[in-house]
Design a protein around this ligand. Structure first.
Ligand code: ZN
Length: 353
């Protein structure tokens, strides 16, 4: 704004009027952008207040999760202006697990991310893990981890009874594919943005993910029991890189999911639209399929447009989430530019294989 003030002081009255008009236009545009928030992310910094979470040699989980969450909020607010970000806690105080996911449900959030740090008696164990909700509390995961993240109550005690559990399971099933898609994007970006190794995606019966009406992922950002992970997660640079990995993941998820449309797919699964993953598009010729990644891709379809553009796609999927899983697989094979498209966009093109 200092430039604006300088303008007002230095120019003649007529120019000042023009400047004021520009300011007004800018403010109107900013309001318009703010009013356009069409994607809401609830970020949950795990633990807080009397609940410290796990501890490393020099660290407490509750402080690290809050620091990363605040950095993520700042990064995302700048990189994705259409996105509104809410933290379940802004400072070091205690809130219950159910208050955290209720906040996300009340705001009709599009995604929910719960941030945590892990601990293991073996100090050599390291790396980040992404979890999606399992409706089956008998699935074998580290019982100590479940106890810690579920507020020191056995997962069996936390299951709600009766109709409630059926509703919760329906939501969990409806959101499972998208949660896995989001978790796989997050894993990939943790690897590329941070010095923390990304371990596999897992399912567990985490109370904070239970009852969510939107896709949710719980991220164990690293092991505080491991000196290297702890040093990274304690450092300003490490926290910033972790926040950037999550922000980039959310951006990619947002660009691919078209959230309100995805929700309508969940509510009305019988729709005519299908999705595919575009892996190449070449003007006036065929792609060079002798490159190594093409050997593992399997079946693909070539579409020729009227102006001789050859578009290569893989698969046909009922939902964007399923297509995103394929996209993630193709990315790992080497198709770094793969992205999800609606098959409708190819409907006037000729299939030539
Ligand atoms: Zn935790």
């Amino acid at each position: 704004m200092s430039l604006v003030y300088t303008s007002i002081l230095c120019y003649s009255t007529r120019v000042t009027q023009v400047t004021l008009l520009i300011i007004f236009t800018m403010l109107t545009a900013m309001n318009f952008v703010q009013g356009q928030a069409d994607f809401m992310v609830v970020i949950d910094p795990g633990h807080g207040g009397k609940d410290h979470g796990c501890s490393g040699e020099h660290s407490q989980e509750k402080h690290i999760t809050l620091a990363i969450a605040q950095k993520l909020k700042n990064t995302l607010t700048n990189s994705l202006p259409n996105c509104q970000v809410i933290l379940t806690r802004e400072h070091d105080y205690f809130i219950s697990l159910s208050e955290r996911n209720q906040l996300a449900n009340e705001h009709n959030a599009d995604i929910f991310l719960s941030l945590h740090c892990n601990y293991h008696e073996l100090k050599s164990v390291h790396g980040a893990e992404s979890y999606v909700l399992s409706t089956d509390n008998t699935i074998g995961v580290d019982e100590q981890l479940l106890l810690r993240e579920n507020g020191n109550q056995s997962s069996n005690h936390k299951i709600h009874e009766g109709a409630n559990v059926i509703v919760q399971q329906a939501y969990a099933q409806a959101n499972l594919k998208e949660s896995i898609a989001l978790a796989s994007i997050i894993n990939k970006h943790i690897e590329s943005y941070t010095d923390i190794k990304a371990r596999t995606i897992k399912q567990a019966h985490f109370a904070v993910l239970r009852g969510l009406t939107m896709p949710g992922v719980l991220i164990e950002s690293g092991f505080l029991s491991n000196l290297s992970d702890e040093a990274i997660l304690l450092s300003d640079l490490g926290q910033t890189q972790f926040a950037q990995a999550l922000a980039k993941s959310i951006e990619i998820y947002y660009e691919n999911s078209i959230p309100s449309f995805t929700r309508s797919l969940i509510a009305n699964p019988i729709v005519e639209s299908k999705y595919t993953v575009q892996i190449a598009s070449i003007n006036n010729g065929y792609a060079n399929t002798s490159r190594p990644e093409w050997r593992s891709v399997g079946n693909y379809t070539i579409h020729r447009s009227t102006n001789n553009t050859y578009t290569y796609t893989v698969g046909s999927f009922q939902s964007p989430a399923e297509a995103m899983l394929k996209q993630s697989e193709l990315y790992d094979m080497g198709f770094r530019g793969a992205f999800v498209i609606n098959e409708q966009s190819l409907k006037n093109q000729e299939k030539i294989n």
